[in-house]
Unconditional design. Structure first.
Length: 279
């Protein structure tokens, strides 16, 4: 299973159907489309699921922050149409649009003449983000790669970086729970601060994405152990953004056994039994 893939509904380059088809080509049994702040691709992935005989787990990846550190929370087995979840995600996507407009404005004033309309076109109907800005900068020849765009211009603290409204991890965890899903801490290695993990667990995170392409073998082992010690689920995925993304077609390169999916489903069953009922 590859439990972490982005589609054109956020900053990936494959449509949800193409992801499911690629999962079949790669011989995977299941895949989860986990777009940034959006569940808009889930329905299409579910439809393709039957066609290609691949199990699709519903998913989302919510970007939150603690201080200056980004904390991404994956939500598995959510109801993609849950009202409160989709309302909050819509607000987050609105904040993304506003922020990208401000970043393009800053870039233009610094001599990088990219067009907001082009950036919006690259994002299509999906959750717009910095990778779309980076692609526009590459297109115009201002930078050679998306990485260079982040390193020089749009990474946190760089000249054209603008903050945006984000949820706190606790809010994302609650939202995912309300939508019937299981909250999992994404790629903890990218936070570069393991001391945050106990707090996030306290806040209701039920699993850790131990297996991720940007984790070293040692980190994968360490996070697997941290999860097991705390009785948390262990998940993993490629965080593929499709061919043409900054890292290429990573899908299927980080996979987890089906037992992970079964554990997620079991966790969902038990947490639903104990979840407080909203008035
Ligand atoms: P945003 O969601 O707009 O804050 O943009 C963050 C996204 O940009 C991440 O999900 C990655 O897909 C991508 N990203 C982050 N850092 C880099 C980098 N150094 N090079 C290329 N892409 C990056
Ligand atoms: Fe991304
Ligand atoms: Fe992430
Ligand atoms: Zn991701």
């Amino acid at each position: 299973m590859d439990l972490h893939v982005h589609s054109t509904e956020s900053d990936g380059t494959l449509t949800p159907s193409q992801i499911v088809q690629a999962a079949e080509d790669l011989g995977l049994a299941a895949v989860s489309v986990t777009d940034h702040d959006s569940t808009a691709g889930v329905r299409e992935a579910l439809s393709a699921s039957a066609e290609f005989g691949i199990e699709v787990l519903t998913g989302v990846e919510v970007s939150t922050e603690v201080g200056q550190t980004e904390v991404h929370i994956l939500g598995y087995l959510i109801d993609p149409e849950h009202c409160r979840l989709t309302t909050s995600l819509t607000e987050l996507r609105d904040a993304r649009r506003e922020r990208v407009a401000r970043m393009v404005d800053l870039l233009r004033r610094q001599g990088y003449g990219i067009d907001l309309l082009r950036v919006q076109e690259l994002a299509g109907t999906g959750a717009i983000g910095r990778p779309h800005v980076a692609r526009a900068l590459v297109e115009k020849g201002y930078v050679r790669s998306q990485e260079e765009a982040f390193d020089r211009l749009i990474g946190r603290g760089r000249a054209a970086y603008v903050d945006r409204f984000r949820l706190r991890p606790r809010e994302a965890v609650l939202l995912i729970g309300e939508a019937g899903g299981v909250p999992v801490l994404a790629h903890p290695g990218l936070m570069k601060d393991d001391s945050m993990i106990p707090d996030l667990v306290e806040q209701g995170v039920l699993g850790i994405e131990a297996y991720h392409p940007e984790h070293s073998a040692g980190e994968c082992c360490r996070y697997d152990q941290v999860a097991r010690e705390r009785g948390l689920l262990v998940t993993g995925g490629s965080d593929c953004h499709g061919p043409g993304g900054s890292k290429g077609m990573l899908m299927g390169q980080v996979v987890v056994p089906y037992a992970s999916v079964e554990a997620l489903k079991e966790c969902r069953r038990t947490s639903q039994k104990t979840a407080p009922v909203s008035p």
